[in-house]
Write a protein of this length. Structure first.
Length: 164
């Protein structure tokens, strides 16, 4: 198993983890359930750890994929830039979750504010996760790239049919 394969194995969990964590956290706020809230925090912490693993395997994956002629450096660089932003958000969410979990165990009155802040940060994580996942998918899946979805001949015929 090489770095590219390892990267593909671990990079999905932060994206999916932040979505499920968000759902659990919102549910915990609606139903006022600390167990759901702590479960969401746990999922965010695991997602932050998976983000670290994904970032560490990303460099090795980049080295392998850059050797493939059809893949340009620009698309890899774009993915890397978005992934770095997502990583910062995920690390912040993981740290915030540790604080929230601790505050819940101590029955701190301000724990609800931490949960609300974690909800907002998780929304940012979901947005950046979507962008990161899409840009990563575009590296090998040319069919989802906007610029290459249609050939120039297909684009011309589509433009002509819209003009008529």
């Amino acid at each position: 198993m090489n770095e590219a394969h390892l990267h593909l194995v671990v990079n999905h969990f932060p994206i999916v983890g932040v979505i499920f964590g968000f759902i659990l956290l919102v549910g915990s706020l609606v139903f006022r359930n600390k167990t759901l809230q702590n479960t969401a925090y746990f999922l965010f912490i695991i997602s932050a750890i998976a983000t670290l693993a994904s970032m560490r395997t990303g460099e090795g994956a980049e080295e392998i994929v850059e050797e493939i002629p059809e893949i340009g450096h620009d698309i890899i660089h774009e993915h890397e830039e978005i992934a770095e932003k997502m990583a910062l958000i995920m690390y912040a969410l993981g740290g915030l979750s540790l604080v929230g979990w601790y505050m819940n165990t101590k029955e701190n009155a301000k724990a609800k504010w931490v949960a609300l802040l974690a909800t907002l940060v998780s929304i940012a994580g979901m947005v950046l996760g979507s962008l990161t996942g899409t840009s990563g998918g575009e590296i090998r899946h040319t069919e989802i790239r906007e610029a290459t979805t249609q050939s120039p001949a297909t684009q011309e015929s589509a433009t002509e049919s819209h003009e008529e």
